[in-house]
Design a protein around this ligand. Structure first.
Ligand code: ADP
Length: 342
């Protein structure tokens, strides 16, 4: 079941006084996020990602289309009705947005106060949430006494306070170092697995998508230009922008410039082999080369694990008799994709 469903959604910002042109931030986007998904939305700055998030949690109204959240078309709702919809959506931010004058516990309690939970219930819920994010000992601390990772964990606890079914994470790890990023992503995975919360992750970092997302949509100039299960998009990106994002985490076929450097450093023929899933047996491929007495060196590339499935490209420098190499490459072509630029 789709918990968030966008149908031909558009958002045009009216012209500002400073420059006279209107801005189409979202251009005819249709997208389904299913219950239990961790759906990554990736794109460069200005692609429309934050606008999309603000439309889903109704902080901003769309100018066209339908936005279904938990079975309700929020584009058609009045402000008063929207408040109830927003209670079902948690949100975490790049800059954490904690209240500096409140302790950790009172930050987490804040949405419960707004929603009118009785005091005893609030205390119990806050304790439970701080335990879940591993910050029980920081209940009385203030935000500026915490590290970035701890602040985001408070942000997550606060976002979960009213037991939302959807969590929106807008560049939630962009201000964190890589190690802390992975801690926070691991926590989000637990939120998804243990509470069944559907998570929408907005990011410009492909690494975040690779680590956590099950599905991904690539945005460019207000449009979704590609979407699908993360493994499919990573292993076979269709749009040029998607391929550029994938290349930030997966080394593919070397570019012309990289190839020139490899040729300078290594004798022999340079070929790239694609390994996708267990469908391609590495042992068989390298066995063919050894059996034919073709010497090989791995000079570029790597194997990534995406959604628990191996994928990658290995570029080899092959030395031996040309006809022998041709013959063995023909064999290997029956096992996997071979790319050679001569
Ligand atoms: P992203 O989150 O991918 O960086 P945004 O959603 O912030 O992209 O922005 C998409 C486009 O909409 C950009 O061209 C941006 O300048 C424009 N935009 C965003 N918010 C506003 C606004 N409040 N008023 C006018 N233009 C806006």
């Amino acid at each position: 079941m789709a918990v968030v469903s966008l149908r031909n959604v558009g958002k045009v910002y009216p012209p500002t006084a400073r420059d006279g042109a209107s801005v189409t931030a979202i251009d005819d986007v249709s997208l389904d996020v299913e219950a239990g998904d961790i759906y990554g939305i990736i794109g460069y700055s200005g692609a429309g990602k934050s606008t999309l998030v603000r439309l889903v949690n109704a902080l901003e109204r769309s100018t066209s289309g339908e936005i279904w959240v938990n079975g309700q078309n929020i584009a058609a709702l009045r402000e008063r009705e929207l408040r109830r919809v927003r209670l079902g959506i948690g949100m975490i931010f790049q800059q954490f947005n904690l209240l500096g004058s409140r302790t950790v516990a009172r930050n987490v309690a804040y949405p419960l106060e707004v929603a009118g939970y009785p005091k005893e219930q609030r205390a119990a819920r806050v304790a439970e949430l701080l335990d879940f994010v591993g910050l029980s000992d920081k209940a009385g601390s203030y935000p500026d006494q915490l590290s970035g990772g701890q602040k985001q964990r408070v942000g997550i606890a606060r976002a979960l306070a009213t037991q939302p079914s959807i969590l929106l994470a807008d560049e939630a790890t962009s201000a964190l170092d890589p190690e802390t990023t992975h801690e926070v992503l691991a926590l989000l995975k637990r939120v998804n697995a243990e509470f069944g919360v559907t998570i929408i992750v907005i990011t410009h970092e492909m690494d975040v998508i690779q680590t956590i997302a099950t599905k991904v949509a690539v945005m460019d100039q207000g449009q979704v230009i590609e979407r699908g299960p993360v493994f499919e998009v990573f292993s076979n990106p269709q749009a040029a922008a998607s391929a550029r994002f994938v290349s930030t985490v997966v080394k593919g076929v070397p570019s012309a410039a990289e190839l020139a450097v490899l040729r300078e450093r290594h004798a022999g023929r340079i070929v790239t082999l694609t390994f996708r899933d267990s469908a391609v047996d590495q042992k068989a491929v390298f066995g063919e080369l050894s059996a034919a007495n073709v010497a090989f060196e791995v000079v570029y590339g790597g194997i990534n694990e995406i959604q628990g499935r191996p994928f990658g490209h290995l570029t080899l420098a092959l030395t031996g008799d040309d006809p022998v190499i041709d013959r063995v490459l023909d064999h290997i072509r029956t096992l996997t994709t071979v790319t050679e630029v001569r």
